[in-house]
Design a protein around this ligand. Structure first.
Ligand SMILES: NC(=O)c1ccc[n+]([C@@H]2O[C@H](COP(=O)([O-])OP(=O)(O)OC[C@H]3O[C@@H](n4cnc5c(N)ncnc54)[C@H](OP(=O)(O)O)[C@@H]3O)[C@@H](O)[C@H]2O)c1
Length: 220
């Protein structure tokens, strides 16, 4: 037996697909909280450059395939841009894993949703990936909030959705140290309300002059 040292590449705790408004910010947030994060892009050079510029320990950039190797996966891609197809093509890589769904099913001009009222992005993903454990999170958080997450020193709420309590606990462990309060908002079916609520948040934010940096905090 050779005495050569075998280097085993460590799996990231979270793999993020997509380097847009949400993907890059969530990658930075989780890395700042101490998680190991693989940020994936259709153009791996873009993800590498973002990781290089952020220079956070634990954050690496690469391809979707590399990000899909992580223990938990967070796709930051619009449904209208092919989220379902991308994930279905990679169903084997997602088998048994925690999938953190942040999707809101907006159409191109944000005037309506592309899914009917009797379903949600989260439920559609769970239907298409029955062997993957889907939770919904961050759906209610507009991307600008991540740049400056505290409101007068107070964290705002992330509504957590899911049918699998173990998956929710796993998500909460990954979210430890991030600047939000996480509220269990019930089963995946409640994603229908949370996803659509973002239309109201956006409209209110515009009317009150806070758009795009506003979020909910349940008082009581
Ligand atoms: N923006 C918000 O405030 C907000 C808030 C809550 C939830 N969300 C949800 O988060 C998800 C991402 O939103 P976002 O605002 O981050 O979107 P975005 O800025 O448009 O970024 C989406 C990323 O998806 C990837 N992508 C893969 N296939 C694509 C295609 N065919 N066309 C365009 N992009 C494609 C791209 O990353 P690569 O090129 O690197 O692969 C792109 O940068 C959506 O499901 C949205 O509903 C957004």
């Amino acid at each position: 037996m050779s005495n050569a040292i075998i280097f085993k590449r460590q799996k990231a705790e979270i793999g993020i697909l997509g380097t847009g408004s949400m993907g890059a910010r969530l990658a930075a947030m989780f890395a700042r909280a101490g998680r190991s994060v693989a940020l994936g892009s259709r153009s791996p050079d873009r993800a590498l450059a973002i990781a290089h510029d952020l220079a956070l320990p634990g954050l690496v950039g690469g391809s979707y395939e590399e990000a899909l190797e992580a223990e938990a996966v967070l796709p930051a891609i619009f449904i209208r841009d092919g989220l379902f197809d991308i994930l279905e093509r990679n169903a084997a890589a997602l088998d048994g894993k925690l999938l953190i769904d942040i999707s809101n099913p907006y159409n191109e001009d944000y005037s309506d949703f592309i899914l009917p009222w009797d379903t949600s992005g989260a439920e559609e993903l769970q239907k298409r990936l029955p062997r993957t454990r889907v939770v919904g999170a961050f759906k209610n958080v507009f991307s600008a909030v991540f740049d400056n997450p505290l409101f007068l020193g107070t964290p705002s709420d992330v509504f957590l959705l899911g049918d699998d309590d173990g998956a929710k606990q796993e998500f909460l462990r990954l979210a430890e140290g991030t600047p939000f309060r996480y509220l269990d908002a019930g089963p995946l079916i409640n994603a229908r309300a949370i996803e659509r609520m973002t239309m109201i948040t956006g409209a209110l934010g515009r009317r009150l002059g806070s758009y795009p940096r506003m979020n909910w905090r349940l008082l009581g």
